[in-house]
Design a protein around this ligand. Structure first.
Ligand SMILES: [Zn+2]
Length: 333
């Protein structure tokens, strides 16, 4: 395949929209990761179980998996005493994802927030945040990821710092996904309309909503993106409903069929190009969503969706060059 960035990724979509994976943290906990411990440490100590997470989602229908690198930046790893192993933590995650996913599956480098508030609300300067994300992006790109997903951000300044840093490293596709849970606003008050133009201008290829609160919040956020920048490819990776707090921590109500109906309904409302699940979702949710996608989503079955799979042409950016558009690797690495 002669890849051209995002279009090359999406051209592989089996049912018109790329099906990503479920919640990595949820899956690792199911594999025995103790709550509260560092998921990224398992890239070094339990790479076989990290690979098994990817393998289970691919078996359920995922054609894109996230590497276990959500907290693989220096500021988060420092809290776990792992910052001296940053490159290895990120590279091992990508290798485990490839090994588990097998052939013909895209692997995304997953970049989560620093866990600190940026100025003026907190102490972290945008420059320091940028340096942190630059370092992780460089490690992920060196490890050979096909795309980057910057996810679960709630501060626009931090998302922008991460995006600008990442874009200065690489031309591969970049998704920027915010977490909405106050209506269609993030906990820091960011509305999709405010975020969309800023993030597209800084080089995002896909805008998204993941994790967060009620499904309707994510739905309204996606509609907000679509109104602000019509035609921009979108990502949706919601949780398995609203969690209830149990003695062991958050418990998600689950119900793969309800999850699949919700995500499947959005496929025919906004230009989604990547769907999947976040906290509380696993292979059962992915399998249910695969069945729904195979039938054209929910609402307008069989509707052709090809027009949703093109990268934005009106963002003022140059197209990605071919060096930034790899194919899925034929062999696990
Ligand atoms: Zn989540």
């Amino acid at each position: 395949m002669d890849g051209h960035g995002l279009a090359a990724l999406c051209a592989k979509a089996r049912d018109g929209v790329l099906l990503a994976d479920g919640g990595t943290g949820t899956a690792l906990q199911a594999q025995g990761l103790p709550r509260g411990s560092c998921p990224e440490e398992w890239n070094l100590s339990h790479p076989d179980r990290v690979a098994a997470v990817a393998a289970a989602c691919v078996a359920a229908g995922s054609e894109l998996v996230y590497a276990n690198t959500f907290g693989g930046n220096r500021l988060v790893l420092e809290r776990h005493g792992l910052s001296q192993h940053l490159a290895e933590v990120n590279a091992s995650a990508v290798a485990a994802a490839r090994a588990g996913a097998g052939t013909g599956v895209w692997v995304a480098g997953d970049i989560g927030p620093s866990g600190q508030l940026l100025e003026p609300l907190g102490d972290l300067s945008p420059a320091a945040a940028g340096a942190c994300f630059y370092e992780q992006t460089a490690a992920l790109v060196a490890a050979g990821v096909d795309l980057l997903v910057l996810e679960t951000f709630t501060q626009l300044t931090e998302a922008l710092a991460a995006l600008e840093a990442a874009r200065s490293v690489t031309a591969i596709p970049i998704v920027v996904s915010l977490s909405f849970d106050r209506g269609a606003r993030t906990v820091m008050g960011v509305a999709p309309v405010a975020a969309a133009e800023v993030l597209l201008a800084a080089g995002a290829d896909v805008l998204g909503a993941n994790c967060g609160g009620a499904w309707e919040d994510a739905a309204e956020a996606l509609r907000g993106y679509a109104r602000a920048t019509p035609g921009t490819p979108l990502l949706l990776k919601p949780n398995a409903g609203l969690p209830q707090v149990g003695p062991q921590g958050d418990v998600y109500p689950g119900d793969p069929d309800a999850f699949a109906r919700f995500v499947g309904s959005m496929v025919n409302q906004v230009p989604l190009c990547i769907v999947g699940g976040c906290c509380g979702t696993g292979p059962g949710h992915i399998a249910a969503l695969r069945r729904t996608l195979r039938h054209g989503g929910v609402g307008r079955a069989g509707q052709a969706r090809e027009s949703h799979l093109q990268p934005p042409t009106d963002s003022g950016r140059e197209p990605l060059d071919s060096s930034g558009s790899p194919e899925p690797h034929d062999e696990p690495r």
